[in-house]
Design a protein around this ligand. Sequence first.
Ligand SMILES: Nc1ncnc2c1ncn2[C@@H]1O[C@H](COP(=O)(O)OP(=O)(O)OP(=O)(O)O)[C@@H](O)[C@H]1O
Length: 267
Amino acid sequence: MSQLSFNEVSLVYPPRDRHAASQLVLDRVTVSLTTGEFVVVIGRSGSGKTSLLNLAAGFLEPTGGTVKLDGKTVEGPGAERAVVFQDDALYPWLDARDNVAFPLRLKGVGERERRARADELLELVGLSAAGKRRVWELSGGMRQRVGIARALAAEPRFLLLDEPLGALDALTRSRMQTFLLDVWAKSRSGALLITHSIDEALLLATRIVVLSPNPGRLAADITSSFTADILAGTPANVVRSSPAFKRLHDDVTGFINSVTREEELAA
Ligand SMILES: Nc1ncnc2c1ncn2[C@@H]1O[C@H](COP(=O)(O)OP(=O)(O)OP(=O)(O)O)[C@@H](O)[C@H]1O
């Protein structure tokens, strides 16, 4: 089992120009996740969600505190933490299979093995027939699935997902939520996903982390159990209609809004 932890993490962005002030974006955030968990981070715009994910990815360094992977301070990006953004950023000059195989090429894996592994991953994401297609021949949902397959190619311990479904239409998004859970469960990795959707957070998370804005602070860390129902095949609309789902939806909404009221009172 692996653990990714934020320990009293603060982040200050320097002033954008000489007239601006520096900005405290995250204030002493302590939270951790282990492989086998699906942690969803939610909070108002500007609460530092993407900054938190970029710290986990090693794209940013904290100003205070530490980000650790299995007790070792994260000092930069690494193959054990794969990132998927909203804009999949596939390589347009490669077909779907070569996009998926790309991280393996970087690792020096031979061509035959690369292709075999990429084909397995394409099958996992339901795209075994699309390996030869170019990026522009894929729909938005297919592109995101190729992006997720590519992220899985290096067998990461953690998947860091920044609004990966945000650009998809409602129907595709709903299908992709179930798909994402399946992939996560099969990969036995840990997932850290950012979303603006409370509904998505409740359907996907084993834990929901709520950040308050200005500066981003940990407002709540709540266990959720609907993931198991979705993985067992219960349709999302049935899960949503349960009283327990509605109660947790209200609780999370309350955390996000109560934080806003406090902010307003303090302003
Ligand atoms: N590179 C940067 N330099 C300076 N300030 C930044 C930088 N990146 C983000 N910020 C600021 O930090 C704050 C938090 O941004 P961040 O993107 O982490 O929040 P978020 O919760 O992900 O927002 P959203 O939900 O709108 O995507 C915002 O006020 C943003 O303007």
